[in-house]
Design a protein around this ligand. Sequence first.
Ligand code: FAD
Length: 459
Amino acid sequence: MARIIVVGAGMAGLAAAARLATRDNSVLVCEASDSVGGALGSWRHDDLVFDTGAYTLTLPAAYRDLFIKTGSRKKSAAATLEDRLDLQPLDPVRRYFFPDGTRLDLPNASRGRLVAAFDEALGSGAGAAWLRVVDQGSRVWDVIRPALIEAPGAGGRELARLLRTTAGRRALTPFRSLRQVASRWFDDPRLFLLLDDYARQAGADPRSAPTALAARIYVEQAFGAWRIVGGMHKLAEELGQRVLDRGAEIRHGARVARIERSTSGALSGVTLESGERIAADVVVADVDRAVLARLLGRQESEAAYSAAITTFCLVVEHNAAPPMPHESVLLAENGPAVRVHVAAEQPAAWTVHVPANGNQQPDLGEVLDLLASRGLDVRGKARVVHTITASDREAATGVPGGAAYGPAVNDLRSALLRSPVKQPVPGLFHVGASARPGSGLSFAALSGWQAAELIQPRR
Ligand SMILES: Cc1cc2nc3c(=O)[nH]c(=O)nc-3n(C[C@H](O)[C@H](O)[C@H](O)COP(=O)(O)OP(=O)(O)OC[C@H]3O[C@@H](n4cnc5c(N)ncnc54)[C@H](O)[C@@H]3O)c2cc1C
């Protein structure tokens, strides 16, 4: 039985903790805040619950597998994902508002309806053109899933091997960006705005976003997009409960200040901010890579980070809210979009994510004017009950600049070879958005799985 400390109760840390506790290890999760889920945050106001972080789940299979594999005969820990949570497929996945007034409702997991929706909104041929992107994503997924995603410990060598194959080069187009590849299939600027939005949502600068990111477009279309009735945060709460049910401990208010090593360089445990020292054989760090460098007493090399956002929780007056889909995306001509998330069961609770420009606060009045210009006029009928700035996110997670999607993705390597799960320090493992395979709820669960497999492979 190994003594394992997990630093951070984000989704990757919880996933690793649940799996490792199931394998009879002594697992302690040290979490700085008083809640679980990290970036999968929520805010309560009266009887309303706002998803302040993630609100769409793709690739739910990653969590289905997690709940099945960490289940036990004991009743409390027996439940599957769908026993505990009401997962609903989204339709539409989201509504796009283009600057020229065009609207597009993105259908969920249907090639036929996708083609029809694109053709109707953007003109004949748009659907077939967009399918080329989806199909490129399918090629990417087919090569990276076995070689890099579902391959704990895989890294540069496996990527280099992939790039020596015709299928790998055709999928990953190492010398051409996603935009360059797509420009062979369409020239409608609105389709490029869509492509750029996907790139930004993956933490990339659209001008250099690698073709590998098309896999995210494919995964969303092929396996569907889902929401959790009652709020996404329930996923974190259920997973936290599973961690406890499997006998692990979660300590809140336990901020780790240092990861300790003995004089031989071997990992020996952690020291909390309070000064308490806890011995461990293995540490799984679910923190940003800059935070990990600090915990190891190293200087983190200057790295680019993805864009930051400010989040407003708005309560819209009864009957004043227009009917809203789960997500509305107000695309901008040059720059990131404004996103509005509304859960079906509480139409008065709007979460509005606005691009943050350095330390400058976005002007809510301007945001409401923008919404009104696209037909979503709640001016004078909405009040802000909570705001989360980029600095709040930075303070909570330690991610530099409060970046929503961790380190930027600007080339093939930064997309596919994020910080390795198995670190050079023996006994140290890195999971979460800045580790492999990358950001997003399901990838977080997969990085927790990778860590568990590397620490103690399941037979
Ligand atoms: C606004 C927003 C919207 C998003 N939307 C989506 C979406 O719709 N779909 C999707 O799939 N993904 C989305 N994401 C991305 C997704 O939420 C994240 O990639 C994922 O939740 C990251 O999980 P993680 O395990 O890396 O840890 P994090 O969520 O970063 O959690 C890290 C945890 O570690 C704790 N911690 C940090 N330092 C220490 C320390 N020194 N000691 C102890 N504890 C510490 C923190 O308190 C935190 O709880 C969104 C993200 C944001 C911010």
